[in-house]
Design a protein around this ligand. Structure first.
Ligand SMILES: *Cc1c(COP(=O)(O)O)cnc(C)c1O
Length: 427
């Protein structure tokens, strides 16, 4: 790109991509290949020894995937990125790079229900312990740190309630304890919030949601902020100790401010294997080209719907940070002045039964377990996404029995409101 400092919308369309050098194709081709021919034996040896960057095998990297990675790294303001098969795969590879058996990390209680499961159940069998803290009380993270703590994990805009988190306050605590702060930026997307600018060290995404934006492809991304010093002896051995499988290379020394992204690829992705399909990398990067347009429309529509719901006699409460009297409004104004996102919760008078009836009465809204689609979506978290949690965990996660969650799409706002109106009428 000729621009020295391109804006966000320009990066969303162009970052990482150029016309295909062989065919001139303007859209990035789907490189549907498993492997790549080496120039000669020395070239092959250099690639395998990490002496030279290049394609070997699509489990580790692929040219279509590379464009997606460069684009998201640019949008988040990071040094490098790694795209993988899903958001959960991204989280797995982050913690596989940071943790050894017996280590722990501290995570916000208010998280996507699947992340609460992954951290609390699957990770336990690797010997990785999660400790839960409260983002409304940043010092609660500090109180849980011990000598085996290796990271802090939060969402910038927490699922399912749509609550903004004081990233800078938690980043300050992470710095005080020499821990990396990992931020799941799925719900906000870099159009609304760029966590690296507020002190985060690593950003993860479920690209399945707003980045792709059309509800048609799974994907996940890890963005390396390039900010963290991994060299302290004994703490992050994957990065600070010689890797025997790569001729004794020390990743932090060899790769500097992209060492984390490299480690997640050449240790985590190579050995655990959740690679992204080239087709999905293509669909996700095509989605990202319209991220700024879609995200603004999502936010504008959601604010209109939240305002309308708040005045409805059958609605008990609305929790949307974009409403001026919402307790989370000040944080929204500070971290995400362009809008408060697409996802929020509300309660119907009549609790669990009325909430379920509302979900069943909606026609334009799709009743399903996803967010960040062009289409408007609805779900009852307590009976679905958060059903595996205990009642106490459900309430702590913002998914109590009366809660209905909406992910507002980019349709005409009048039609979204009309659908809610007829469903509330029936409920
Ligand atoms: C969906 C989601 C995930 C998990 O991502 P998948 O792509 O479904 O694996 C993680 N975090 C948040 C906030 C999500 O919404």
């Amino acid at each position: 790109m000729s621009q020295t400092n391109p804006g966000f919308s320009t990066l969303a369309v162009h970052a990482g991509a150029e016309p295909d050098p062989t065919t001139g194709a303007r859209a990035t081709p789907i490189y549907q290949t498993t492997a790549y021919v080496f120039q000669d034996a020395d070239h092959a040896a250099a690639l395998f020894g990490l002496k030279q960057f290049g394609n070997i095998y699509t489990r580790i990297m692929n040219p279509t995937q590379a464009v997606l990675e460069e684009r998201v790294a640019a949008l988040e303001g990071g040094t490098a990125a790694l795209a993988v098969a899903s958001g959960h795969a991204a989280q797995l590879l982050v913690f596989h790079t940071l943790l050894n058996p017996g280590d722990n990390f501290i995570a916000a209680k208010k998280l996507y229900g699947g992340s609460i499961n992954q951290f609390g159940h699957a990770f336990k069998s690797f010997g990785w312990e999660v400790r839960w803290a409260d983002t409304a009380d940043p010092e609660s993270f500090s109180a849980l740190v011990d000598e085996r703590t290796r990271g802090i994990f939060i969402e910038s805009l927490a699922n399912p309630g749509g609550t903004f988190v004081d990233i800078a306050a938690i980043a300050a605590i992470a710095r005080r304890h020499r821990l990396p702060l990992i931020v799941d930026n799925t719900m906000a997307s870099p159009y609304l919030v760029r966590p690296l600018e507020h002190g985060a060290d690593i950003v993860v995404h479920s690209a399945t949601k707003f980045l792709g934006g059309h509800g048609n492809s799974m994907g996940g991304i890890i963005v390396d902020g390039g900010t963290f010093d991994w060299s302290e002896p004994g703490r992050y051995p994957a990065l600070s100790e010689p890797r025997t499988e790569y001729g004794g290379v020390i990743l932090q020394e060899a790769f500097g401010n992209i060492a984390f992204a490299i480690a997640a690829r050449v240790l985590g992705l190579r050995d655990l294997g959740p690679s992204i399909a080239p087709m999905n990398a293509f669909l996700l990067q095509t989605g990202i080209e319209t991220l700024p347009l879609r995200m603004q429309r999502h936010c504008d529509n959601a604010l209109k719907v939240a305002r309308w719901l708040k005045d409805h006699p059958k609605v008990a409460w609305v929790s949307y940070a974009g409403l001026p009297d919402d307790p989370n409004h000040a944080l929204q104004q500070r971290y995400s002045p362009k809008g408060a996102g697409a996802v929020f919760t509300f309660g119907v008078k009549g609790g669990y039964a009325a909430g379920k009836a509302l979900v069943e009465g909606l026609e334009l809204f799709s009743h399903l377990a996803n967010i960040g689609d062009t289409r408007s979506l609805v779900i009852h978290p307590a009976s679905t996404t958060h059903a595996q949690l205990t009642p106490e965990q459900q309430v702590a996660a913002g998914a109590g029995p009366d809660v209905v969650r909406l992910s507002i799409g980019i349709e005409d706002p009048e039609d979204i409101i009309a659908d809610l109106e007829q469903a509330l009428e029936k409920a």
